[in-house]
Design a protein around this ligand. Sequence first.
Ligand code: FES
Ligand code: FES
Length: 181
Amino acid sequence: MTKFSVNDRPVEYRMDPETPLLWALRDASNLTGTKYGCGTGDCGACTVDIDGEAIRSCLVTIAECEGRFVTTIEGLSRDRSHPVQQAWVAEQVPQCGFCQSGMIMTAAALLRKNSNPGDAEIDAAMTNICRCGTYPRIRAAIRLAGRVLRGEERIAAAPPPGIRPEDAARAVPALRPPPGR
Ligand code: FES
Ligand code: FES
């Protein structure tokens, strides 16, 4: 049995200790915001925060997480109010979105250590892959989030306060086929 904290809650996984953290989060905890891209540590789609570091969860076993504090995209904020999330919305970063939770978790870890990273520091930290090529908007959003964290700027178009992700998902109208199909 492996015990650690996920999004500030204690968890015990009755799984093979060699199970990658990514699978425990997605399959046992239903935290599917963390994505499976490559499984080899190359793409960064599976990035979570472990004790303040951006870590690729496909490369970490749950045994290695014993006693540690894991935060996933679902735990970054309760209401999507984290400055990085707000900046991502303001800069309209995502395209398909698959890479984005990993990008956000990596950016949040970077800004926690350095709220004013230069271009070289951003590029060095953001080694995640975006197949849609959103890199310029990612850099812009990181700079904006940094200004917010430093108190230099506020984001006007913040997500509605207090909204829960499950409520937001319900509020999205179902996609309907175009007329005539
Ligand atoms: S799925 Fe972990 S780095 Fe790609
Ligand atoms: S937004 Fe599509 S992979 Fe990054």
